[in-house]
Design a protein around this ligand. Structure first.
Ligand code: NAD
Length: 285
């Protein structure tokens, strides 16, 4: 065991999700006690059993974290266990996809209640204890959609931007107390709420077109970054948003075809209808 978070108590919201469960497993492997909460009872029980069977400490709580009382209960339990050293705000969801002009106002509220409010509330509850103990880590899951545009997910993107901006300001407020706040902007990670798991195998060879790393991300890819941010190694990280995206942000509008990198991807022409290329200029083939 490397013990990068040895003896720490880590609280993880949305903890039975794909990225968050990887965080829980990896933190436990590195010596942390993990207290997590998720609305899904089955996956919460399974993750608790798995980490415990592997010799780690995990306590899973079934809760709807949109409720303030659920976060208060989580905080009270963390205090019984000695106080949280690390808070991982992993809960978040895009909820639905569609043109902004078709959004009902109710959806904006739901997006706020699952992506923003639990982050603010959890920080309000957990950060003072970290300040008084002189050591703490807060890691909040943002998104590349907080930084670039998010067409058809405009309000989700805006919620993640808010979380990102909040994280930076809080980081500056509390860094002097030994509490380091940073964010992780994920992209293209195979999880329950993303549909990358269902990509038909005949399309898998196209993945390097839009992900420079050449593959989809897994929970563990994000968890390793979270582990770094939770550890002593991140002592100089204050208010950063770390990309966990396999290069999609760096690529910007660039896409890889078999022959070149292009900002004008013509996926159908390049990959699906070679016969259509026959009469095209060489530059478009
Ligand atoms: N997967 C990606 O590519 C990606 C991209 C950008 C941002 N993110 C962010 O990463 C974080 C983790 O997401 P993921 O992709 O691993 O998702 P996931 O769907 O695998 O996990 C989400 C978890 O949240 C739980 N949950 C949902 N509503 C809840 C509630 N009200 N109370 C408690 N738990 C609840 C679900 O049961 C699930 O276990 C999120 O904040 C997400 O916005 C992920």
């Amino acid at each position: 065991m490397d013990g990068l978070v040895d003896g720490r108590l880590a609280v993880v919201t949305g903890g039975a999700g794909v990225i968050a469960s990887s965080v829980c497993r990896l933190f436990a492997e590195h010596g942390a006690r993990v207290l997590f909460a998720d609305v899904d009872a089955e996956r919460t029980a399974a993750l608790t059993a798995e980490i415990t069977a592997a010799g780690g400490y995990a306590e899973g709580v079934v809760a709807d974290l949109r409720e303030l009382s659920a976060l208060q209960a989580l905080h009270a339990r963390a205090d019984e266990l000695g106080g949280a050293d690390v808070l991982v705000n992993a809960l978040g969801h895009y909820l639905s996809i569609g043109p902004f002009v078709d959004n009902e106002e109710d959806l904006w509220q739901q997006l706020y209640e699952i992506n923003v409010l639990p982050v603010l509330r959890a920080c309000r509850l957990f950060v003072p204890g970290m300040q008084s103990r002189g050591w703490g880590r807060v890691i909040t899951f943002s998104s590349v959609e907080a930084i670039r545009s998010a067409p058809f997910m405009a309000v989700y993107g805006a919620c993640k931007s808010m979380v990102d901006g909040f994280s930076k300001s809080l980081a500056v407020e509390v860094a002097g107390d030994g509490v380091l706040v940073n964010a992780i902007a994920s992209d293209k990670t195979r999880t329950i709420q993303t549909n990358f798991l269902q990509i038909p195998t005949e399309y898998e060879h196209l993945v390097p077109t839009w992900i420079p790393r050449g593959r989809y991300g897994e929970g563990i890819d994000n968890a390793r970054i979270a582990l770094f941010l939770a550890s002593e190694l991140a002592d100089w990280m204050v208010g950063s948003t770390v990309l966990a995206d396999g290069g999609t942000m760096a690529a910007g509008g660039w896409y890889r075809t078999p022959a070149r990198w292009t900002t004008q991807p013509l996926l159908h022409q390049y990959f699906e209808a070679p016969e259509a290329n026959a009469d095209r200029p060489r530059s478009l083939q």
